[in-house]
Design a protein around this ligand. Structure first.
Ligand code: FE2
Length: 361
């Protein structure tokens, strides 16, 4: 079975080139695993997620290491890639099919569906629980394709919200239900595509709002610079300045995870033609900063491209983006500058009004 994806891309996304991969349903995988020639099971998740639950008799190649591990994979045997919810596995399958592994499919719904429908004995993920090192909760907005994030210390129940959207009710419910104390609200940059929720969230929680030292924000805020860090519980969120999409763009790092805003997206990067963006600065932020991070660093972007697949988590890694991302695969600055000038969707109709509103708070 194949599905279409990417039919309604966010205005910051270039249209996907090929939006379909083969999927296999959990019950069908169970039948094949019980048959005479079971497929090669490939877990593409991080080491940390693998510790939560895994299928028996599988093979582990995290997504960031997949481009360098093709020689170890069978070309004459079906491969079923899996992850938590299905998204990473679909990216892995698209990549493998391009590289000459035609008999590859992704487990639909991931381990989550498999454990719900087929094998209830598999442990369920508890990504917000006290057993994980840091809570990294992705909070999608299906109406705009924007992704907000909560990062929290699961033991001290203290955390930070990154790029909240204007409807703050879901964040407040999440904080209340998890007994979380919000210590800060951070904007990665001045947004041009959606109304931000920092002011409403500040009014409801009293948590201070942090933005780049270069932000033209007119509302009450605190400023962040390269190398600074914000504490939450016993953890910290470190600041990297990554100008390009906008001049005031920050990337935020928590342990082995980077929240890249619109600097680095999955398969592409943020556009630079809204407001004060600069493709030259973006090239430097990508190549001098983000690509210097370890390959296993997980990438959490501020947007996703397809609207149909809510229920997934939209994450990647520096290593996989280095090997597959169109923007990062431009051979030099001149090619990158050309890439940034063609193929982009129309600008959002009211982006300048949105920017003004977001700066006023
Ligand atoms: Fe943006």
């Amino acid at each position: 079975m194949a599905i279409e994806s990417g039919t309604l891309p966010h205005p910051f996304f270039r249209p996907p080139r090929d939006g379909s991969v083969d999927l296999i349903a959990p019950r069908e995988l169970r039948r094949l695993l019980d048959g005479p020639s079971p497929p090669y099971l490939l877990d593409v998740r991080s080491e940390a997620e693998r510790r939560l639950a895994a299928l028996p008799d599988d093979h582990h190649v995290p997504l960031h290491a997949l481009p360098g591990a093709l020689g170890s994979l069978p070309r004459d045997r079906p491969i079923v890639a899996y992850d938590h919810l299905g998204f990473l596995a679909r990216r892995a399958v698209a990549f493998l099919q391009e590289r000459g592994f035609p008999l590859t499919a992704a487990l639909e719904g991931g381990l989550d569906e498999f454990s719900r429908l087929v094998d209830p004995s598999l442990p369920r993920y508890d990504l917000d629980g006290r057993g994980v090192d840091v809570v990294r909760r992705q909070m999608p907005r299906p109406d705009t394709g924007c992704l907000a994030y909560f990062v929290g210390d699961p033991n001290e129940r203290a955390g930070i919200l990154i790029d909240p959207g204007h409807d703050v009710a879901p964040y407040l419910a999440f904080l209340r239900d998890g007994d979380w104390h919000l210590t800060a609200i951070v904007e990665t940059h001045t947004h041009a595509d959606h109304l931000a929720g920092h002011a409403a969230l500040h009014a409801a929680t009293d948590a201070p709002i942090y933005v780049s030292r270069l932000s033209p924000a007119a509302y009450p805020h605190r400023r962040l610079s390269e190398g600074e860090a914000l504490d939450f519980g016993g953890e910290e969120l470190a600041v990297l300045e990554t100008p390009g999409h906008t001049r005031d763009h920050l990337t935020l790092r928590v342990r082995d995870t980077v929240f890249t805003g619109d600097t680095l997206l999955l398969g592409s990067c943020g556009r630079t033609d809204l407001g004060d963006g600069s493709p030259d600065l973006l090239w430097e932020s990508l190549t001098d900063k983000l690509l210097k991070l370890p390959s296993a660093t997980e990438v959490y972007p501020a947007h996703y491209g397809a609207r149909h697949a809510l229920g997934d988590r939209y994450v990647s890694s520096i290593g996989f983006e280095r090997a597959t991302n169109e923007a990062l695969r431009q051979p030099n600055r001149a090619a990158f500058l050309e890439y940034m000038t063609e193929g982009w969707p129309p600008k959002p109709a009211d982006f300048d009004r949105i920017v003004r509103s977001n700066l006023e708070g």
